[in-house]
Design a protein. Structure first.
Ligand SMILES: [Zn+2]
Ligand SMILES: [Zn+2]
Length: 461
């Protein structure tokens, strides 16, 4: 039995882990590297294994940094089966097709524009919509939380609710090879137990070896109530000053969570029902529709409202702007609006236009509600860079900048330690985190042999 690491190693994006057992090859996730342009170019590199040799891909959840290289895997010869929960399949379809459209769009615009640097060749898309549709055909079986699936002789997989985004899972592999058995558990991304919409991550099963994410391995979240309060105050202040509020938003979870909290804010009298809220992200709009179909993953109150046909994500002043022209029209709004748009780390997407039009106006407010990786525009703004470069221009930062970290979709250090404690694992691999966070987390783990794999490193189990 062998375990090797091909992404999110001492890094937060590009998750991809390979298990070899009983002559079979099983991949856990196949995510895209995200962040700066240099990091993005790593996506085009070798996987570190032969895609044609992979028999199964088990997908923990639909975030791009976990499913984004699947179309490329298929393009390079993968012909096996991809297994995920139904909600993950529905969301992954959205996310993967969106990424493919973006790839095609970027390569088209690059071919018209002369490029700086040495080569003037237009950049080819990493993968196309056609590659993605072919990859989506590999989703044949659905995983159900808690129900073991026999992949083949000697490999059994069980998905457990990870409470991170809709459909997310930790995955237990029960491996048998030459009379030796081993329980190998992948955490996937673990959710924040204080999430207002999703169920708390399920306690994981016992395991011999654990591969665990460490995004927030070095810190504790602020309590959710304090964070919600900060959000209401920041919004009321900016709207009261006659400005707009821009919230760079991850489409899959944060957008729905924010809609829920804005709704609650109106009900509790903390926010004005007359405020105009724009969800300016076709993907977030579609994801919001998928939420309504999966009450089984939601906390009791939200599930009840959906079952009763009373959508708890609907607001009096909510507008869905799918079309690009509608999005551009938002540039004319000078005040009174909350605009939520992707990308969450402002690495691309419509939010960059909204930042460009609002960040230099002191009556406005930009609120960051998610993780911001090194090298991203979000991180530059959070770190106080001024001016910041947005869409080719240097823009002075005069708007108030708020970072609210209690809304994280990730478990904090205490929750990660608690989750790890349930597993009783004697050997632990740390992934999906920046190195400093890993070091800190490792120092807090009790009796277990800790490894921090580097890219393409391989271990005998
Ligand atoms: Zn995730
Ligand atoms: Zn992730």
């Amino acid at each position: 039995m062998r375990l090797s690491f091909h992404g999110a190693d001492r890094d937060v994006t590009g998750s991809c882990h390979l298990v070899q057992c009983a002559g079979r090859h099983v991949l856990i996730d196949c995510g895209l590297y995200q962040g700066s342009r240099e990091i993005a170019e790593e996506n085009a590199g070798d996987f570190g294994f032969d895609p044609a040799s992979i028999d199964f891909v088990l997908l923990t959840h639909a975030h791009l940094d976990h499913c984004g290289r699947l179309p490329l895997l298929t393009k390079r010869g993968f012909r096996g089966e991809i297994i995920a929960t139904t909600a993950t399949q529905e969301l992954a379809r959205l996310v993967m097709l969106d990424a493919a459209h973006l790839q095609e769009e970027e390569s088209r615009s690059n071919s018209h524009r002369p490029r700086h640097g040495t080569d003037n060749k237009p950049a080819k898309p990493l993968f196309t919509v056609a590659d993605t549709l072919k990859s989506l055909e590999s989703f044949k079986r659905s995983a159900v939380y808690g129900q073991p699936t026999d992949l083949t002789q000697g490999i059994r997989a069980t998905f457990v609710d990870a409470g991170h985004i809709l459909g997310s899972a930790s995955i237990l592999l029960e491996l048998t090879e030459a009379d030796r058995s081993l329980r190998l558990l992948f955490s996937g991304d673990l959710g924040n137990a204080a999430h207002p919409l999703l169920l708390t991550p399920a306690p994981p099963p016992r395991a011999d070896v654990v591969v665990i994410e460490t995004t927030y391995g070095d810190r504790l979240h602020k309590p959710m109530d304090a964070s919600t309060d900060e959000l209401y105050v920041a919004i009321s202040d900016a709207l009261g000053r006659g400005g707009n509020v821009i919230i760079p938003t991850f489409a899959l979870e944060r957008a729905q969570e924010l809609l829920w909290m804005l709704n609650q804010g109106i009900e509790k009298g903390r926010l004005m029902p007359s405020m105009q809220v724009f969800l300016d992200s076709p993907m977030a709009i579609s994801a919001t529709e998928i939420f309504a179909r999966h009450p089984e993953s939601l906390r009791a109150e939200a599930a009840r409202l959906f079952r009763e046909g009373r959508d708890p994500l609907m607001l009096p002043g909510l507008h869905f702007t799918r079309e690009k022209t509608e999005s551009i029209a938002l540039n004319n709004i000078r005040g009174g609006a909350i605009i939520m748009a992707g990308a969450g780390m402002a690495t691309g997407g419509r939010v960059r236009h909204h930042l460009k039009h609002n960040i230099s106006r002191e009556e406005c407010c930009v609120i960051f509600v998610g993780f911001a990786a090194k090298g991203t525009l979000a991180r530059q703004i959070i770190d106080g860079q001024n001016p910041v470069r947005i869409l080719g221009d240097d823009i002075p930062v005069r708007a108030s900048i708020r970072t609210i970290n209690g809304f994280s979709a990730h478990a904090d250090q205490a929750e990660l330690l608690k989750w790890h404690g349930y597993t009783g694992a004697g050997r632990t691999f740390l992934t999906h985190g920046e190195e400093a966070a890993m070091q800190m987390f490792a120092s807090r783990l009790g009796k277990t042999r800790v490894e921090m794999p580097t890219l393409d490193q391989s271990f005998d189990l």
